[in-house]
Design a protein around this ligand. Structure first.
Ligand SMILES: [Zn+2]
Ligand SMILES: [Zn+2]
Length: 381
């Protein structure tokens, strides 16, 4: 480990021991954040998640989720959706660059639809792609038209988003310490990362982090998020967007191995006993052209080919190549890019009794866990 305060029994904040001035400046910053904490608005603790984008929806329905009132603002018109008094469902469609909102007693066409609780507060609601899926969210909802149809963005509390990712990403039966490790890396990704999207911060697919509904408060995923509230992974004193993948194939990878630029944490190749002893093998046939494209073994090339062939096209970057006339057979191991935490390996370590901090120390050498007030997480857009 590169730092004495990394992964102690309790989270620590790394302060430079070389500079009293730096320490003083940081203490002043913490002090000023404490002073201003009560005046910070909710936006500083929230993430904007683009949902259902995979479906490119042209029609959505919005329903009240409980007895709470929703207020739907469409242009100059506002509809109060009171489940005890009126219809509690809105139909939303797209017409050119306009969002069309209809219910039995309301119709409006506007550039956007904003849905909140009374007074602009967050609220629970159910959003659905008719005939495909429906999910319950908590937060505020903004729907706009874009080139693919309707763009739905839920602005939700950071910790709710973390619990939702833990629930969606954890293996069935994963124990509490594995879920806590997942919570810290998910929070780090939200806190320090950027999804590279227009109009929102992160999507709800594995492009960013897989996210479905917020789990109930007493479920293991919610408890894991709560137990690690505000904890993020830091390298050189700064949170970084921690990457993770499903099965590393026996040894994790570095950014350099995958031909990816090193902007902060370089990642390390570490042994993963579970994957080494429980190999998940795969084979794939690719065209000679795709085999040539894969020759440099970079993650960019693998994703290019995978995008063309489908997500299981080339499951990982750990494979051997057997050239055949006109095509190539790839024989590989593992699923995913292999950077950082290996979810199967982490689940096995937790099952064997490792704590979440031990798991994180194993998959992210030379990092520390930073206790950071989620109100102070600032992301540049
Ligand atoms: Zn994304
Ligand atoms: Zn592994």
């Amino acid at each position: 480990m590169g730092t004495s305060c990394a992964y102690g029994a309790s989270p620590c904040v790394r302060l430079s021991h070389r500079s009293h001035l730096a320490r003083r400046a940081r203490l002043l910053l913490v002090f000023s954040l404490l002073l201003t904490a009560t005046s910070l608005d909710a936006a500083a603790q929230t993430v904007r998640i683009g949902v259902f984008g995979l479906f490119k929806p042209r029609r959505l329905t919005l329903t009240t989720a409980n007895s709470a009132v929703l207020v739907a603002h469409a242009g100059p018109k506002a509809l109060v959706m009171d489940p005890t008094a009126h219809s509690s469902t809105l139909s939303i469609s797209v017409a050119g660059s306009q969002v069309v909102v209809t219910s039995p007693e309301f119709t409006s066409q506007a550039p956007s639809l904003l849905v909140t609780g009374r007074g602009g507060t967050p609220a629970d609601f159910i959003l659905a792609v008719p005939g495909k899926l429906r999910r319950r969210f908590s937060g505020t909802l903004l729907i706009e038209a874009d080139q693919d149809g309707l763009r739905a963005v839920v602005e939700m509390d950071l910790e709710s988003a973390v619990a939702s990712v833990v629930e969606a990403e954890s293996l069935p039966g994963a124990t509490m310490e594995a879920r806590k490790a997942q919570a810290v890396v998910a929070r780090s990704y939200f806190a320090a990362g950027t999804g590279g999207h227009q109009g929102f911060d992160f999507c709800d697919t594995t492009h960013c982090q897989f996210l479905r509904e917020r789990p109930a408060p007493d479920t293991p995923s919610s408890l894991a998020a709560r137990a690690t509230r505000g904890l993020v992974l830091a390298y050189d004193g700064r949170p970084f967007p921690a990457m993770y993948s499903s099965r590393c194939g026996g040894r994790t990878r570095t950014l350099a191995e995958l031909g990816m630029p090193v902007r902060s944490y370089p990642y390390y190749a570490v042994d993963c006993e579970y994957c080494r002893t429980h190999a998940l093998e795969w084979s794939a046939s690719v065209s000679a052209e795709d085999a040539a494209r894969l020759s440099r073994r970079t993650e960019t090339e693998r994703l290019e080919v995978t995008r063309k062939l489908g997500w299981s096209g080339v499951p990982s970057n750990r494979y051997t190549v057997s050239l055949q006339p006109g095509y190539a057979v790839l024989s590989g191991m593992g699923i995913g890019h292999g950077l950082g935490l290996c979810q199967h390996g982490a689940a096995a370590l937790a099952q064997a009794g490792a704590s979440f901090s031990t798991i994180l120390a194993h998959y992210y050498p030379n990092t520390s866990i930073l206790a950071i007030d989620s109100r102070s997480l600032v992301r540049s857009h």
